[in-house]
Write a protein that binds this ligand. Structure first.
Ligand code: Q9C
Ligand code: ZN
Length: 341
């Protein structure tokens, strides 16, 4: 399997609010290093991304949001702030439906949904490069009619049309799906196997039938992102019936998780897509420091093997996974389980 990657991500490492403390984010450059080391060890062919197509990006994100992301750091500095990261501190809550604010401190809350994610000097270049990796992986998958791994960092599945959060700024899986649509696939499936619900991906495609979304994740009644990912969210308008959420309890282990995976794969087969995107988070691992499922390293190749039921081509997009030492082994376990050799 080919891998698309780049090193531009390296200078992006922001602060997050975690348990009442501001810490260096769990989502850090060393994660990508571990994945790169593991894919190099099995001799996966590596290519850099092509130039990002702005129109593609504007078809999954609000152009005003993109302009905000691109200028947020400069506006933060111009406002007189001296911190390493721009952080929101207030958000529109229930019944607060007024117009968008016009200054950077207010706009940060308008364009985010969580304080686990902030914006530094190098966040926009890193996020744009991550989306370019996604776009390039989709193109390569179509051109070669084979599976491709998009080693994205920062991750993307929590980013909605116009909000960042959950370590995500641009929705890389959505970029892949839209590119596959634009390159001739009439129906595309996104399967999200990250521990957390892919609220951003669900949001972007919720009213569309041409991109179906299935996710298995920790029950949002007890887990981030809390406010989306429930079983009764099945799509709206043209997208009615095109969204499947399979929330699972804390402590879920391999047998129950794999049974839910089979349910999602059956649902996707019934939808009859001609291409698939896998939002590949391995924060389902038992040693993940912020997650509570109990998959073992030996389970990930079996996950990959079961994913062979997806239609060709498949694009794997890296999402979460915070047990840094085992991250590369677990990711490559899925990729090699899917396509040995
Ligand atoms: N107290 C992804 O896996 N923040 N994002 C956790 C811990 C939310 C995870 C804070 C986790 C976001 C791509
Ligand atoms: Zn996650």
């Amino acid at each position: 399997m080919q891998v698309i990657r780049s090193d531009i991500h390296r200078r992006h490492h922001c602060a997050e609010l975690d348990g009442g403390k501001i810490i260096d984010s769990w989502e850090h450059p060393g994660r990508a290093d571990m994945v790169d080391r593991a894919t190099d060890e099995v001799d996966m062919a590596v290519s850099p991304p092509a130039v990002l197509d702005r129109r593609l990006l504007e078809s999954v994100h609000d152009p005003g949001y993109l302009a905000f992301l691109e200028t947020a750091w400069t506006r933060w500095v111009d406002a007189g702030h001296t911190t390493a990261c721009a952080m929101a501190f207030t958000w529109p809550a229930r019944r607060m439906t007024g117009p968008a604010p016009t200054t950077i401190d207010g706009l940060l809350g308008h364009h985010s949904f969580a304080a686990d994610c902030s914006i530094g000097a190098h966040t926009w270049p890193a996020a744009a490069e991550s989306a370019a990796i996604a776009q390039t992986a989709a193109d390569r998958a179509v051109d070669a009619a084979s599976a491709v791994f998009a080693r994205c960092r920062p991750p993307g599945h929590h980013a909605s049309r116009d909000q960042f959060g959950g370590y995500c700024y641009l929705n890389n899986a959505a970029v892949v799906a839209q590119r596959l649509r634009d390159r001739g696939h009439d129906k595309v499936a996104i399967l999200d196997i990250d521990y957390h619900h892919g609220n951003g991906t669900q949001d972007i495609f919720y009213e569309r039938e041409d991109v179906v979304f299935a996710s298995l994740h920790a029950d949002p009644r007890r887990e981030f992102p809390y406010f989306l990912g429930h079983a009764d969210e099945t799509g709206r308008g043209d997208g009615a019936g095109a969204n499947l959420n399979l929330p699972l309890p804390h402590g879920t282990g391999a047998s129950d998780w794999l049974a839910a995976l089979d349910t999602a794969l059956g649902w996707i087969t019934d939808a009859a897509p001609t291409a698939a995107v896998v939002s590949l988070g391995v924060d389902t691992y038992h040693d993940d420091p912020i997650s509570r499922f109990t998959l073992a390293t030996d389970d990930f190749p079996e996950v990959g093997r079961r994913l062979r039921r997806l239609p060709d081509p498949v694009v794997f997009v890296l999402e979460g996974g915070y047990a840094t030492e085992q991250l590369g082994v677990n990711v490559v376990g899925v990729l090699r389980g899917f396509e040995p050799g």
